[in-house]
Write a protein that binds this ligand. Structure first.
Ligand code: ZN
Ligand code: ZN
Length: 266
């Protein structure tokens, strides 16, 4: 049975202290066949950025060390923002990544987490989430070199409303526009299982969006825990594979030098 976690953070992310060796060994103990180490790079000055000239050789050495036990991907979770697309595109082109997650952590000048009061207060949910999806769409048009969009409904993690969820029935026009733009460009999305650790008992995105992605012709799909602690590596990955299958996907995507390959879901 093939299972892979395509979204994990380690001590090389500003918000994680998980020792990288322990993360990999946990993945091996769980029987995962692949792990994409997707430490953060966000060019917002409030985030600490790892020196990738030093980081890449560390990952490459681990890849070699564990090659008979697990396939490790040199990867990154890059915070996308259209206003910085030149810098981001250069970064993506400069390093030999196997896989790149592009994520929206910022909306214009506002960070969804750090600036959530300024982002949400005085705005209706429709208004604030609309701004988020408009920015996300712009990122898809201007940022090149990433493979899947991370937690496409990230805004719901930090919303300040009674119901923070992003439902297709409510935001379908925005979601269609973004999903179609991704599909047209040969890009995909991920099933991010961190919702189970953020108290929503569901994945990012929810199953209605996943089904819509499939309906529109989406095929490129990865599953990731978005773990920041060793014990969360592989969390709900099995569930994510089942959800993919239930949503009509027969294959999960793996990446080789940023090129998608498909493995049947069993
Ligand atoms: Zn993220
Ligand atoms: Zn992440």
């Amino acid at each position: 049975m093939f299972r892979a976690d395509y979204h994990v953070h380690t001590e090389y992310s500003f918000d994680s202290e998980a020792p990288i060796n322990a993360v990999i060994e946990r993945a091996i103990a769980l029987g995962l066949k692949e792990i994409a180490v997707t430490d953060h790079v966000d060019f917002d000055p409030r985030y600490y950025i790892t020196d990738y000239n030093k980081y890449i050789p560390i990952i490459e050495a681990l890849k070699e060390k564990y090659s008979d036990k697990i396939n490790i991907l040199t990867a990154v979770e890059l915070g996308l923002e259209s206003r910085m697309s030149d810098k981001l595109n250069k970064f993506m082109a400069d390093f030999p990544f196997d896989f790149v997650i592009g994520s929206s952590h910022g909306v214009g000048m506002l960070d969804v987490y750090y600036d959530r009061t300024r982002l949400f207060e005085g705005r209706s949910k429709k208004e604030a989430y609309g701004i988020y999806f408009e920015e996300l769409y712009k990122n898809i048009l201007t940022c090149f070199g990433f493979n899947v969009y991370g937690h496409i409904d990230y805004i719901s993690r930090y919303g300040m409303y009674d119901d923070n969820s992003v439902k297709y029935s409510e935001f379908g026009d925005y979601i269609d526009e973004c999903l179609k733009a991704l599909i047209d460009r040969g890009l995909g999305i991920e099933i991010n299982t961190s919702g189970f650790r953020y108290g929503i008992e569901a994945t990012y995105p929810s199953v209605d969006i996943l089904k819509r992605y499939k309906e529109l012709g989406g095929e490129i799909l990865t599953c990731g825990s978005d773990s920041h602690r060793v014990e969360d590596v592989g969390d709900h990955i099995d569930y994510a594979y089942h959800l993919a299958s239930e949503s009509g996907f027969r294959y999960i995507t793996v990446f080789r030098q940023r090129k998608p390959e498909f493995i049947g879901i069993d």
